[in-house]
Design a protein around this ligand. Structure first.
Ligand code: DGJ
Length: 755
């Protein structure tokens, strides 16, 4: 009997333990609600316990109101490799009758997204959409007694609900609460919905503030103590837009909005921003109390520095109002810009002030959409971005965005780990200007290949995996490396491999140490018009630049630096002693330069002329001093340099090398600037500029300039000798009767040219 009892209690104990273990296991499997996590100064969105990059697209405003239309959307989102869709939930359709809720559309959205393994950011179209109140329920719109409107200066009501009306906040708060309750019920475990955008582009359009009675009263009230103490506490770090407005009143500590922020537009905009922030803050608080998802607001930004509030929605969450929204809306996690203008980088960067994480819920859906993600994630450590109207029929499944998103998706674990470590950079072409940045001991130079097309920018990102190992992804650029201490170390490419990623595993496609890297001198990524991206790992190495280390000192010949021959008029900036002028002349003897310098009263021969990596270095003595002058060729016509490594020098060509009269005659019909196309190169047809001068000619292709070292004239053709892609080549040209240029470059590529 006793035994039996013990046995029974043992069984019960085992059962209890088993249930407890099971519960614990279940709890372990339960993933946390999506949340924002700040580490190393970087905010990441954590979804199902992992950092998540939102490779997004936002639907057209009304798409989500049609389940029929939505059926066609998901497959397209998948083919574009979008992992996050921003989709609206409309107050008017969720609460068509006051107090009666209908979540059919919300449920349909969640089901569709889930079936396609896509996450959702829900855009709550509540009281405001682009300033106006178009998506509010009919029972709100028509009851002007109960829900007061913004008024204009003449006292007319506008189709904008007033942010000052408590009744509106209560009505919307109830609807938002029901929505969040429902969301928690249907999605609290699966986490298909990862963030909520509250309202859309709030603010007053066509006026700088609300002029209703409620608004007027509030405008004459004193600035709240919370805001004033924030201003005082953060006085040194306030954004200039706010600090300047406050300075207008000489940092007034008390009074109305105008007393504190001056009588100008700034006071009205700050006043509106404060009230929109606190209204939305109350919604966020109601929502988070139920289900604590990240919540944000988006902005229709100021389009140019001169635009007045009202030209864009006044009081909206633009970057200038970051301080105001931070204090007035502490439950709002961040402010997000909608960027359609041409200065994408500039506009986005402004929103990262005060530690605001970057998420761009709306941007253009043209080809630029394919280039921007590299910069947003690689350089700005962004949370994500979304081209707007992604379900538009003109966005085809072969939009290059799908390739960018696939590549970034493959790299997500590496990107999210590299964020905030300084081991990653992203780059995006603007004005085809090259970019340089430091990584470890190296300076990396990104040269854009330059299509000149507005919507096709070169872009990419790089992650430093070891001191001398770099993983690059992108298109439309080439990469060069150099050591920070160039005088000591030369840098060269040891190995470049093209990679692919399948199911998270990286493998080699090809070793690229030949033409694909210009003979191991740089990395070359696919051109922008190719619907293809590159993923390359480069290992580089350095070797001492000086003989002391046991290596032969690198010697340079005239062939490395053709173009100095001739006479240069130079000016040396001697600081307070003024400018010293003179001529510098170089001639070529064998494969060496010789030279001298002439001022108004003397001629000084150069004792030594040495060619360096940079250019030419000469030594001479003057008034008992040994002096070194360095010169670098900037173009065929310009030199720059220094004297004694202190005084800057600039020079322009006075005359070129002596020229054979027969050649001079033959050159005459070719003189000038030609726009040329080099046909059928491995990169397709490439354009360039050929400058033919009496003495010095040069061919420029992309960012490289090839100086002509010798000119010959045979069988009616001009032969220009130049070092093309590291080899001694010729450019053979002739002109036809229409004065167009025809020829062959490097005995290989046909060229055409026009003046
Ligand atoms: C910005 C708005 O936020 C969107 O809802 C939409 O209207 C787009 N503009 C249209 O370009």
């Amino acid at each position: 009997m006793l035994n039996h009892k013990i046995h029974k209690s043992l069984i019960t104990l085992c059962l209890i333990l088993a249930v407890a273990a099971n519960l614990q296991a279940q709890r372990k499997q339960e993933k946390s609600i999506p949340y924002l996590h700040l580490q190393n100064g970087i905010t990441q969105l954590i979804v199902d316990d992992k950092p998540f990059l939102m490779l997004g697209g936002e639907l057209h405003n009304s798409s989500a109101s049609s389940p029929e239309h939505m059926k066609t959307v998901w497959a397209k989102m998948k083919s574009l490799n979008i992992n996050t869709v921003i989709a609206p939930v409309y107050w008017e359709l969720t609460e068509p009758e006051e107090g009666k809720y209908d979540f059919t559309l919300t449920d349909g959205l969640i089901r569709g997204a889930r079936e396609n393994d896509i996450k959702l950011v829900i855009l709550w179209f509540g009281a405001w959409k682009n300033g106006y109140s178009t998506y509010t329920p009919g029972w709100v719109k028509t009851d002007l007694e109960r829900f007061s409107r913004v008024k204009d200066e003449t006292g007319n009501s506008r189709e904008i609900l007033s942010v000052f009306d408590q009744e509106t906040l209560e009505a919307e708060g109830k609807a938002f609460k029901e929505f969040m309750k429902h969301l928690k019920k249907v999605d609290g475990t699966d986490h298909t919905v990862i963030m909520i955008q509250i309202e859309n582009e709030v603010g007053i359009l066509k006026d700088s503030r609300d002029r209703s009675e409620l608004a007027d009263q509030a405008f004459d009230n004193e600035v709240p103590e919370t805001l004033l103490s924030y201003l005082n506490l953060n006085k040194e770090t306030l954004l200039p837009e706010i600090s300047n407005a406050w300075a207008e009143s000489e940092y007034n500590q008390k009074g109305t909005w105008q007393d504190v922020f001056g009588p100008l537009y700034a006071a009205e905009e700050i006043f509106m921003a404060w009230h929109y922030a606190s209204y939305i803050n109350q919604l966020a608080e109601i929502g988070k109390d139920i289900y604590e998802l990240p919540m944000f607001v988006n902005a229709w930004g100021k389009q140019n520095a001169k635009q007045k509030p009202g030209g864009y929605p006044s009081g909206g969450p633009i970057s200038a109002m970051l301080d105001i929204y931070r204090t007035g809306g502490p439950m709002i996690d961040f402010l997000a810009p909608d960027i359609y203008g041409s200065d994408f980088k500039g506009d986005a960067t402004k929103y990262t002030r005060t530690g605001n994480p970057l998420f761009i819920p709306e941007t253009r859906r043209d080809e630029a959409a394919a280039d921007r993600p590299f910069w947003v994630f690689g350089e700005m450590n962004g949370l994500g971005l979304a081209p707007f109207g992604i379900d538009n029929k003109e966005v085809m499944a072969d939009h290059p965005m799908s390739l960018t998103y696939a590549l970034i998706n493959d790299l997500t674990p590496l990107i999210t780990q590299a964020m905030g470590t300084g081991r990653m950079h992203g780059f995006l072409e603007a004005e085809n200007v090259s970019e340089e940045f430091e990584m470890g001991n190296f300076i990396i130079r990104i040269q854009y290949q330059g299509s000149g097309l507005e919507d096709q920018k070169g872009s990419g990102l790089v992650i430093q995996q070891k001191e001398n190992e770099f993983l690059f992804a992108g298109r439309g650029f080439n990469v060069k490396f150099r050591h920070k201490d160039e005088a000591q170390f030369n840098t060269a490419v040891l190995m470049v491999e093209e990679l692919k990623v399948v199911d998270g595993v990286f493998s080699k496609v090809m070793t690229l140490n030949g033409d694909e890297t210009y003979g191991g001198t740089m990395l070359k990524f696919p051109a922008k018009d190719e619907n293809r991206y590159g993923l390359q790992k480069a290992t580089i190495y350095t070797y001492p630049a000086s003989r002391n280390e046991g290596y032969e000192q690198q010697s340079y010949s005239v062939l490395d630096h053709p173009g100095f021959e001739g006479v240069w008029e130079v000016g040396v900036d001697m600081g307070p002693q003024g400018e010293s002028k003179g001529d510098v002349e170089f001639i070529i003897e064998g494969d060496k330069y010789k030279g001298k310098m002439r001022t108004s009263d003397m001629e000084i021969p150069f004792e030594e002329v040495v060619l360096t990596k940079e250019g030419i270095q000469v030594a001479y003595s003057m008034q008992g001093f040994n002096i070194v002058m360095r010169l670098k060729l900037i173009s065929a016509e310009k030199v720059e340099g220094s004297v004694a490594d202190i005084y800057p020098l600039t020079g322009s060509r006075k005359s070129g090398p002596p020229i054979d009269p027969q050649i001079a005659e033959a050159l005459k019909p070719f003189l000038g600037t030609w726009k040329i196309i080099v046909k059928n190169t491995p990169e397709g047809d490439v354009s360039g500029i050929l400058n033919i001068h009496e003495n010095v000619s040069a061919l420029s292709i992309k960012e490289e300039q090839f100086m002509v070292t010798k000119v010959e004239f045979r069988q009616n053709s001009l032969f220009l000798h130049l070092p093309f892609q590291g080899y001694e080549s010729t450019l053979q040209i002739e002109q036809d009767e229409n004065q167009t240029l025809k020829g062959i470059l490097g005995e290989l590529y046909e060229i055409n040219g026009t003046r």
